[in-house]
Structure formats: C-alpha cells, structure tokens
Design a protein around this ligand. Sequence first.
Ligand code: 6GU
Length: 251
Amino acid sequence: MRITVFTIFPELIEAACRPSILGAAIESGVLTVRTVDPRDYTEDRHRKVDDVPFGGGAGMVMMAPPIAAALDSALAAEPAGARKPRIVFLTPAGRPFQQDLARAWAREDSLFLVCGRYKGIDDRARREYATDEVSIGDYVLSGGELPALVVIDAVMRLLPGALGDFTSAEEDSIHSGLLEVPQYTRPREFRGERVPEVLLSGHHENIRRWRRRAALEVTYRRRPDLLERAELTSEDRMILEEIRARSGESD
Ligand code: 6GU
C-alpha cells in the first residue's frame, strides 16, 4: 500500500514513521509512506501557504492553490491504471475514524492524507478533492499530522504481512468490538498480587473463556455503547446476562 501525506511539517511524519513496527512495515515493503509539502507548490518568493480568513477572525487559513497543485501533481504521478486514491482530509469536522474505516482503507492501493494546520484549509480545496473527511476524536489539535499518524498506524496493522504475528491484529478485542482484556507477564507475583490462576493452568479452553468473560465485563462497565455493535455469540449473551444480574445486585 502507498500512503502519501500532504503536510507542511514532513519531518513530523517522517520521524514518527521510522521506529517501531511501523518502521518495520515500511522497511519490509508492505507499506510506503511519503510526504508532499504544499510549500514546494507555491509560486511566490516567501513560499506562502496560509493567509488571514476572509470575514475576519483569529488564526490563519491554508490557501487552496498550493494544496491543489500538490494534489494534482501527486495524482498525475499515480501509476497508470491504478485505482484512484482515497483523498482523506483530516479535520475535527470529519466523521469519527473507527476500526471499520481502518479495515476498509487497508484494502486500498493508495491513500492520500491531507493535513490542515492553523484554522483549517480553504473550503474550496476540500470540496474539490476530499473523498473522505475524518476526525480522531472530540478534542482540538493544532493540525492534522498527529491524526494522519493515527490513521497510518491503524491501517498498517491490518495489512497482511505487516505484523510479526499477523493473527495478533485479528485477536485484538476491538476487532470483535470489545475492549482489551487485562494481560500479565512475569513475575508471577508482584507486590503480593498473583497472576490469575487460570492463566497459569495451560488449559486453553478455560483461558479462552476467562478472557472472553473479562472482555465482556470490562466493556460492560466502561463502554456499554460498544456492546450494541459488537459481534456476540449466544455464549457471550449468556455471560452478559450474568454480569448484568450481578451488577444489578450490587447497585
Ligand atoms: Cl483530524 N484535526 C484537528 N486539527 N484536530 C482534531 C482532529 C483532526 N481530530 C480530532 N481533533
């Protein structure tokens, strides 16, 4: 997969892509991440990419022409016959980025991620180019670079061959719509707290059941909204009934 990030801070993206399993995925050729700096597509001496908003107000707005020229150039450089890239604008006004989008985007050949800065991007550029607009949550960030990295990481983990242990992406609880279960490693006892006995038992079926129950329990307590969308088996539903009944008793 090819990911192209449009940003006036290419170092930020490049630095974050080097280490860790993201770096390994790039190294192994499963993924290429490159940056395009709209500043290189300006025509004036000062390489100006932003200007004051019409109508007044604080902050600067990214101008349409440099972004448009950068996108046109990258679109023209796409391999002949390739599927059209998705052109994703990172904006707090976008639709929430969730695992289902990561899964859909992991099947694309080419993704363009467009990072705004300051007060955002001239709306005419968005209307002309954006195929998708996403936000990573309800808080204000100073630009789309960190959200772009979030998208890159979430998508990369789902590419076949990107993870040392591919099944681990599918095993992630959120994959089935639930939160992660508590995990333990050595030592077996830490400050008087022992690892749950079942995890030391070597009994795979009991361990699976314990983990599923723990995932259902933590999701019920912290993110009950997720249970409505989760893929639940009839066994899960029985366990949930029990959890509900017990928490009702203690209320
Ligand atoms: Cl995509 N951009 C900015 N600037 N802030 C955000 C965001 C995106 N998602 C959450 N907050």
